[in-house]
Design a protein around this ligand. Structure first.
Ligand SMILES: [Zn+2]
Length: 449
């Protein structure tokens, strides 16, 4: 059905273009027209949404996450990356893999649904999810109407042996997954597949090369964690004589579009490589703070012309999927890091959470323009915590919360209206997802020495 959002008080097309008193006509899954649309120009059977005293903006894009970790909120707040993987992440994965083998468990569907419900309330219309490849994850997106990139996580070393499959079996699984889930880039489908070698230290260079060849063959995106810790850089120096991103450049793996999460310890040379090769970096400030990884030099990266997107990372190290909070924390962290309040302005971080996220996800969205995908959200900023509005993007970045998000539209379809998700039984699925997660959590001792 066509949709008209009329009398929009504030229309944020992108961080630099803000219009007042406009209408938007949505036809199928695209934005057809922006302007003042006359009643006689409206198609018959057009749904009308009132935009008076509202803000319409592009949907937020969570450019790096691990949705399975929504089952692991609130577990440990005293560990750095490696012991955190050993004590929090691996025990959970172990149970999930064993259960899935035994019962073909639907747990992936539930964590994906729980996370999607949270993200939609938080105004997130698309995510890049490096997940556990257990099935059911994209099915939840299709049911709820969320756009998602299912990034097949790949590792053949460093992680516990029982998580590593024989390379040939792994390659078969990857190809099968691509064939099952990859949808056309023609904008019709909600789901796309990326390949995600977890890190350089988790994948042999031979496997990395095979992965890049597959992204060429199927025209897929690629996401990887890079330089999240100092240890990772030291390890790469020991094995390859160079830091991780420089090594990927050296063996010509940056020939494909890639996005790289974290990038805290990139050298100046690597920042230049990222700018030159169009590597999109994904800033994950809250997760980096919780695991005390360090602070990515975002201001320096932007100055050098690198495209930076924004992500929550997984909820075991965040512990939310909330891009309003990520924008706020991300901006404030850079100000204190550089001791310059003008660094990483509200507009810059807003762009990272919208336009640049769309680039990382390789989707035709992230700004509100005619011909783009109709992935947008409607905010009511007239609340005690967010009004009066002075500069709209600053109010959104420094005051925005999920209670400001009234309506969420993805692929031209209204998924949430007046704060209520319309596409699934939100209450029932939330209850069932929590129950499924609790059953697994009972079996894990997170304080085991
Ligand atoms: Zn991550």
């Amino acid at each position: 059905m066509d949709i008209l959002i009329k009398n929009i008080s504030t229309l944020i097309q992108d961080a630099d273009h803000i219009l007042n008193d406009k209408d938007i006509l949505i036809e199928d899954n695209k934005i057809k027209k922006i302007g003042n649309i006359l009643p006689e120009d409206l198609p018959s059977h057009c749904k009308i949404i009132e935009g008076d005293r509202k803000v319409v903006m592009p949907g937020l894009i969570n450019a790096h996450t691990h949705l399975y970790q929504s089952m692991l909120r609130g577990c440990r707040d005293d560990l750095t990356l490696t012991p955190w993987c050993e004590k929090v992440i691996f025990p959970f994965i172990d149970i999930v893999y064993k259960d899935c083998k035994k019962y073909n468990a639907a747990i992936g569907y539930y964590w994906s649904m729980l996370s999607s419900i949270e993200m939609i309330h938080n105004g997130i219309t698309c995510c890049i999810d490096m997940d556990l490849n257990v099935g059911g994850i994209p099915k939840a997106w299709q049911d709820i109407g969320m756009r998602g990139i299912t990034a097949f996580t790949i590792a053949n070393r460093w992680v516990p042996k029982e998580f590593c499959h024989d390379n040939n079996i792994l390659k078969e699984e990857i190809e099968q997954y691509i064939k099952e889930w990859q949808q056309d880039y023609s904008d019709e489908g909600l789901v796309q597949v990326f390949l995600a070698p977890s890190t350089l230290f988790c994948c042999t260079p031979e496997l990395m090369e095979w992965v890049v060849e597959k992204t060429e063959e199927y025209n897929l995106g690629l996401q990887i964690h890079i330089s999240e810790t100092k240890w990772e850089n030291q390890d790469a120096l020991k094995e390859f004589g160079t830091t991780p991103l420089e090594f990927l450049e050296k063996i010509n793996l940056l020939r494909r579009p890639i996005s790289a999460a974290h990038c805290i310890y990139l050298t100046d040379k690597e920042i230049d490589i990222a700018a030159r090769r169009g590597v999109i970096l994904v800033y994950n400030p809250k997760s980096n703070m919780k695991l005390s990884d360090g602070i990515a030099p975002i201001a320096k990266m932007l100055k050098k012309g690198v495209t930076v997107a924004l992500g929550t990372d997984g909820p075991a190290s965040n512990d939310q999927l909330d891009m309003f909070e990520e924008m706020r924390m991300g901006s404030l962290l850079q100000k204190v890091f550089s001791e310059e309040p003008g660094v990483l302005s509200a507009s810059e971080i807003f762009k990272m959470a919208t336009e640049n996220g769309a680039k990382a996800a390789r989707i035709n969205a992230g700004t509100i323009e005619e011909g783009k995908l109709a992935d947008l959200i409607i905010l009511n900023l007239n609340k005690a915590h967010s009004a009066p509005v002075n500069k709209v993007i600053q109010n959104i970045v420094y005051c925005g919360k999920n209670t400001n998000v009234e309506t969420v539209m993805i692929n031209g379809k209204v998924i949430m209206e007046d704060g209520k998700i319309l596409t699934v039984d939100e209450e029932g699925l939330t209850r069932e997802s929590i129950k499924q997660g609790e059953e697994i959590l009972k079996r894990i001792d997170f304080n085991k020495p």
